[in-house]
Design a protein around this ligand. Structure first.
Ligand code: SF4
Length: 363
């Protein structure tokens, strides 16, 4: 878990895609020395196996069936990925009714966040061909919630109201069978009998520390509370938070690459600040960094949420290299080898090297 000094740049950190707005800010004096900056680069960071699989499913569907391929909700919460898929022929919709009548034979993909049971049922009723890109680890949470209900337990879902994953998990069971718990205060106020038979599951992308506090509060109030048979917070969330926790102490600024609607990315900013970063910031692109406010920093933390492609991490490092004499330390706390296979229908469709570079977030 030690920070590793990288004597040379790793192959993935060679991004040179710096826009003209950044080049314009470089000193015109070529002999002026840049201030030194250490970037603590977290590992693991960026794409998880569920995101990789979801993007692959859309790319494969486009190759196999041709455009348009409809995608219900952002396949993953990242604008770069969504725009890249749109350029290949994906059409993003929020509801199945938005598919025009003369395109009802086009495939529709459900996003990695999962969907309520009513959505595939609606697709079947409309005779649509759908491909489910729900992350297998989200599907596992759905199964745990259904198991609790089968065993006669009222289900408590720890998560954030309105997040598509929460909507999908609540929608696995009939109305009223699941109660959402967002905070420890919610846990203290739940209007349920203290001897109620309860089972909990959680959203996969929560803060590990906050969730532990909420579960402790629930256990304190409800002695008959049952845990799920398997942990709900996923490996990718846990690993990214651990790496940030490890890297953050002593950093002057901690950047997390991610979208404002990405739950796991927002949690990484909170973890960084809690672990000792002077300031945490969520950015989608290098152009969002408030360069004028960065000031005289000497240590920068850098990570990326599970839906953020590595090409943007490269872009941000390139932005700092324009202004600082950068050395990189790798703050690596785990090696990930998870890989989730795509839907059976798509396994016979090959991906080119260019497709794979997009799927892996490096192009
Ligand atoms: S963050 Fe976790 S649950 Fe969400 S897609 Fe990635 S692996 Fe799956």
């Amino acid at each position: 878990m030690a920070l590793i000094d990288l004597a040379t740049e790793p192959a993935t950190l060679t991004g040179q895609g710096v826009g003209s707005h950044l080049r314009g800010m470089v000193s015109s004096d070529p002999h002026r020395r840049k201030p030194p900056l250490t970037i603590r680069l977290c590992g693991p960071r960026g794409f998880c196996a569920g995101v990789d699989r979801a993007i692959q499913i859309v790319v494969l569907a486009l190759k196999k069936y041709g455009p348009p391929v409809y995608v219900r909700h952002e396949i993953v919460h990242n604008r770069y990925v969504v725009e890249g898929l749109q350029a290949k022929g994906a059409v993003f919709i929020e509801e199945l009714d938005e598919i025009p009548a003369d395109h009802r034979d086009a495939p529709v993909v459900f996003s990695a966040h999962g969907v309520p049971k009513s959505v595939p049922a609606d697709a079947q009723a409309k005779n649509l061909f759908y491909l489910d890109a729900t992350c297998p680890l989200v599907s596992k949470v759905h199964k745990q919630a259904m198991r609790h209900a089968r065993l006669g337990r009222h289900v408590l879902l720890v998560g954030h109201a309105g997040h598509p994953e929460v909507i999908g998990t609540m929608g696995q069971l009939p109305d009223g069978a699941v109660t959402l718990v967002e905070t420890e205060e919610d846990a203290a106020r739940l209007p349920l009998p203290l001897d109620a038979e309860l089972g909990f599951v959680t959203q996969t992308t929560l803060s590990v520390a906050d969730t532990a506090g909420i579960i402790r509060a629930l256990e304190g109030r409800f002695p008959a509370l049952h845990a799920p048979a398997a942990e709900s917070i996923c490996y990718a969330t846990t690993n990214r938070q651990e790496a940030v926790e490890h890297a953050a102490p002593g950093t002057d600024l901690f950047l997390v690459v991610g979208a404002p609607n990405s739950s796991n990315s927002k949690r990484l900013v909170e973890v960084a600040e809690r672990a000792g970063a002077t300031r945490g910031l969520l950015v989608q692109r290098a152009s969002e960094i408030p360069w004028d406010e960065v000031g005289a920093i000497s240590t920068l933390g850098l990570s990326a949420g599970a839906s953020a492609p590595e090409i943007i991490v490269d872009e941000i490092i390139a932005g700092f290299r324009e202004r600082f004499d950068v050395s990189i330390e790798l703050a690596e706390t785990a090696i990930e080898t998870e890989n989730f296979p795509v839907n059976r229908e798509l396994r016979d469709t090959p991906l080119t090297a260019v497709d794979m570079a997009f799927v892996n977030g490096i192009a």
